[in-house]
Design a protein around this ligand. Structure first.
Ligand code: ADP
Ligand code: VHF
Length: 362
């Protein structure tokens, strides 16, 4: 294989529970071996790879039998805590067979809560990749509960993909990609333009057994990442040689084309900060219009703020609500809620959110 022929130099690969486990939670060693062999081949060609793998809860199911009386939260915690060991041991053994060292990184949403934590996380991944070690990532399900949880590992891996500025983000599912299911032809959609927004029309709501997300979350994340400048593939992880095919540019699965103008720097962190906000501001019509204009680089000034919700301080993430109270974006506050309340409505004041730290969602 010639590195020149490969599409990407740095990728995140996310693999779902249903790809690597059967319904009893037993890990499919054949699939895992094929997956790790492909990763090793790519790594030897100079591709940097971060693997995000689900399957801890599934694997836990094959280890412990829990009483039905145990709460769903406790059940998930016990299954994940026991299953993660089996999962990571299996990866470790398989990567060692390929002459590769792997590392385990377990994260919660709050590990990305402020810019410093986010940068610490990035340094950790960068250092592992520099040492040619394969990071194997999962959510720390034993401790992340309810509001601290990622929607699923698709969301988590999307965050890592943008944080690490990868060129390609590959979601390996147990289906071939996005099919035109609801009203359409039932055919696989091979390419999606970054301007496309209405995935719901193709998707049947719900999720597969044992999975957490579903196709709708996958498409939301894929679309968001494509907007941020990353090419995303949703493909079938059980298809032999799928990773190699995708990196060689062969047609497989659904490809979300990347927007030409990538989003860089602190904006990327802000783009993934939904759920971490400490407060909110409601902006007036003029401000909403100016901020939503993607051709202009505008900061949020106090003159455009109508009201302030909650308590936040300098450096906190806040939500920006439009006149109809719908979320229009997120940003990092340059000063606290108290000062914002005194300055709002006033002309010629320092921006509450600087453009570089502002992410508009539509
Ligand atoms: N338009 C669609 N195209 C493909 N799959 C779809 C679509 N709408 C709903 N699905 C469902 O989404 C599921 C795949 O998502 P998910 O359960 O998250 O998979 P995985 O566990 O493999 O990550 C499939 O079970 C499929 O039935
Ligand atoms: N962190 C969980 C997986 C959560 C998840 O997103 O699962 P999946 O939908 O199969 O990718 C686990 O390891 O079991």
């Amino acid at each position: 294989m010639n590195n020149q022929e490969l599409l990407y130099k740095k990728i995140v690969v996310k693999v779902g529970t249903n790809v690597i486990t059967d319904k009893h939670g037993d890990l499919d060693l054949d699939i895992l071996k094929k997956l790790t062999t492909q990763i090793a081949l790519l790594q030897k060609e100079g591709v940097q790879i971060i693997l995000v793998s689900s399957g801890a809860v599934g694997a836990g199911r094959s280890i412990v039998k829990l009483p039905e009386t145990l709460s769903p939260v406790a059940t998930r915690q016990v299954l994940a805590a026991t299953g993660q060991i089996k999962l990571i041991n299996t990866y470790n053994t398989l990567f060692l067979e390929q002459g590769l060292v792997s590392a385990q990184i377990l994260v919660t949403k709050s590990d990305f809560r402020d810019r410093q934590h986010y940068l610490n996380m990035r340094t950790c991944f960068t250092s592992l990749l520099q040492q040619h070690i394969i990071p194997v990532v999962n959510e720390n399900d034993a401790v992340s509960v309810t509001e601290l949880m990622f929607t699923d590992n698709d969301e988590l891996s999307g965050l890592i993909a943008s944080m690490m500025h990868v060129e390609g983000y590959i979601i390996l599912s147990h289906v071939d990609g996005l099919f035109d299911l609801k009203n359409g032809t039932g055919k696989l959609i091979t390419e999606i333009d970054p301007a496309t927004k209405h995935f719901n029309q193709h998707i049947i709501p719900g999720k597969s057994e044992f999975g957490r997300g579903g196709m709708l979350t996958k498409c939301h994340i894929a679309h968001k990442l494509s907007q941020l400048g990353v090419t995303v593939h949703i493909a079938n992880g059980k298809t032999p040689g799928i990773l190699l095919s995708l990196l060689r540019g062969e047609k497989a699965g659904t490809k979300f084309l990347a927007r030409k103008k990538p989003v860089l720097g602190p904006k990327l962190w802000v783009a993934h900060s939904e759920g971490l906000e400490k407060g909110a501001v409601i902006v007036n019509e003029g401000a909403e219009k100016v901020l939503s204009d993607s051709d202009r680089a505008n900061s949020l000034l106090p003159v455009g703020i109508d009201s302030v919700q909650g308590t936040f301080k300098k450096g906190d993430i806040i939500k920006i609500l439009g006149i109809n109270k719908k979320v229009i974006g997120y940003g990092m506050a340059q000063y606290g809620s108290e000062k914002t309340r005194t300055l709002m409505g006033q002309q010629d004041q320092k921006p509450l959110i600087h453009y570089d730290y502002l992410y508009i969602t539509h």
